[in-house]
Design a binder for this molecule. Structure first.
Ligand SMILES: [Fe+2]
Ligand SMILES: [Fe+2]
Length: 202
């Protein structure tokens, strides 16, 4: 069960404690305004966290997984993540799925209930008004407010890993991105762990 208000408070605290970059306040202002459904949107139409507030919940789950993974890696002397800032972790996880803001709409369909009667049931459908892709769309949207480091941009851009439609279409540049930027690989793993280990699925 997703607690929308509790998640919103936690999201705001992590965001404000860690993200100090110029423009970050304007981005947060937009997320909290009625022009964005970030805090109530689902994380998907049916695959994971397809519930009210699922998107914010998923973003927090990815944040928690990434923090845990980096803390574990940093116990090793040769960790690849010693220089990753708390700000980069917060930006790249909390905002990785910004492409899903204002993306899902509630529609209705007829479903037979247990008594064999038809009834109208709400479900989420996709209504895309900015068809810019997925990870690349998040990068584009965030960049309208604040600058991303190259590492953050690559991590957000490729967070879907092998599920990214560009990769499915035969684009191999993700492999170079993952070997040049271990943090991008880690954010993808955190996204997978959140989706498959932490969230309700259909
Ligand atoms: Fe995503
Ligand atoms: Fe995600």
């Amino acid at each position: 069960m997703v607690d929308v208000e509790l998640n919103k408070a936690r999201f705001l605290k992590i965001y404000q404690d860690n993200i100090k970059r110029e423009g970050a306040d304007k981005l947060l202002e937009w997320l909290c305004s009625d022009r964005s459904d970030f805090f109530v949107a689902p994380a998907s139409s049916k695959f994971h966290s397809a519930v009210l507030g699922g998107l914010c919940d998923h973003s927090l789950n990815v944040y928690d997984r990434a923090v845990e993974l980096i803390e574990n890696e940093n116990k090793k002397d040769d960790s690849l993540f010693k220089n990753i800032s708390a700000e980069s972790i917060a930006i790249s996880t909390l905002l990785h799925d910004l492409c899903k803001v204002n993306f899902y709409k509630v529609a209705q369909r007829n479903v037979k209930n247990e008594f064999g009667m038809w009834e109208k049931v709400d479900y989420y459908t996709v209504d895309e008004d900015l068809p810019y892709g997925h990870g690349e769309k998040s990068v584009y949207m965030i960049s309208g407010f604040m600058r991303l480091t190259r590492e953050e941009a690559l991590a957000i851009n490729w967070h879907m890993g092998g599920f990214d439609k560009r990769v499915i279409g035969g684009d191999y540049s993700i492999s170079k991105a993952f070997s040049q930027f271990p943090f991008a690989t880690l954010v993808h793993i955190a996204d997978i762990m959140a989706t498959y280990f932490d969230e309700d699925r259909e």
